[in-house]
Design a protein around this ligand. Structure first.
Ligand code: SAH
Ligand code: CA
Length: 213
């Protein structure tokens, strides 16, 4: 699904800060070599994540769902001096490529990359994380939200990707699937939770931006 008409998408990216050479290379290599390259955040969303991170100036970022490392490299740009980013992915086949790009970036010593199941890793982490990016398996979005709420301090942010799920969140009554149901549940959960305030950004496939009160 194209999220915007092609001409508008081109206009928007032409009027957005360009990708760095490293991100451009990672984008190209992911499309050439990796399955499901559309999972990569890409130029516009990557720059949105970078800008949000620069605005938040986090000391510690937690990312759930590294894929080839594109969004991690964008988020890392907003870290405060001495800040760190922990990112994780269950797919070990992606590890060599993600690691190679992290090593080539200015953030190699500040990115802590783990291979494993986020459901098992997150409970072993020590917070606080002032920015969390949820972008892994959609069925676990409601569980990830509850898990990371324990690690985010008051004033901290949680951002979740793909909350529009190509528009499938609207299909009610018709055919559905566990991913769509989980995303709908996540969106309802967040918008009804008194502990947080939120805005659904219509960037690409939808970014839920949540602030813990
Ligand atoms: N954040 C990346 C894209 C992530 S794609 C970007 O924007 O560029 C989603 C990733 O979540 C996939 O690489 C997949 O392997 C990973 N994933 C799926 N289930 C997971 C789990 N239970 N734990 C950790 N990672 C998981
Ligand atoms: Ca995504």
């Amino acid at each position: 699904m194209d999220f915007l008409p092609v001409e508008l998408e081109a206009y928007v990216t032409a009027h957005t800060r360009p990708e760095s050479e490293l991100l451009k290379k990672l984008n190209r290599e992911t499309y050439a070599k990796v399955l499901m390259p559309r999972m990569l955040s890409g130029h516009l969303q990557g720059q949105v994540l970078r800008m949000l991170s620069l605005m938040i100036k986090p000391r510690a970022i937690l990312e759930i769902g590294t894929y080839t490392g594109y969004s991690a490299l964008c988020l890392a740009e907003g870290l405060r001096d001495g800040g760190k980013l922990i990112t994780m992915d269950i797919n070990e086949e992606l590890a060599p490529m993600a690691q190679r790009y992290f090593a080539e970036s200015p953030y190699s010593s500040r990115i802590d990359y783990r291979v494993g199941n986020a459901v098992e890793i997150i409970p072993t982490l020590e917070g606080p994380f002032d920015l969390v990016f949820i972008d892994a398996d959609k069925v676990n979005y409601p569980a990830y939200f509850e898990m990371v709420m324990k690690l985010v301090p008051s004033g901290g942010f949680i951002i979740a990707d793909n909350v529009l799920w190509s528009g499938k969140v609207l299909d009610n009554g018709g055919k559905t699937d566990p991913d769509t149901e989980a995303i709908k549940q996540f969106n309802d959960l967040v918008s009804n939770d008194e502990r947080v305030e939120n805005v659904l950004f219509t960037i690409r496939d939808g970014l839920m931006v949540v602030r813990k009160k």
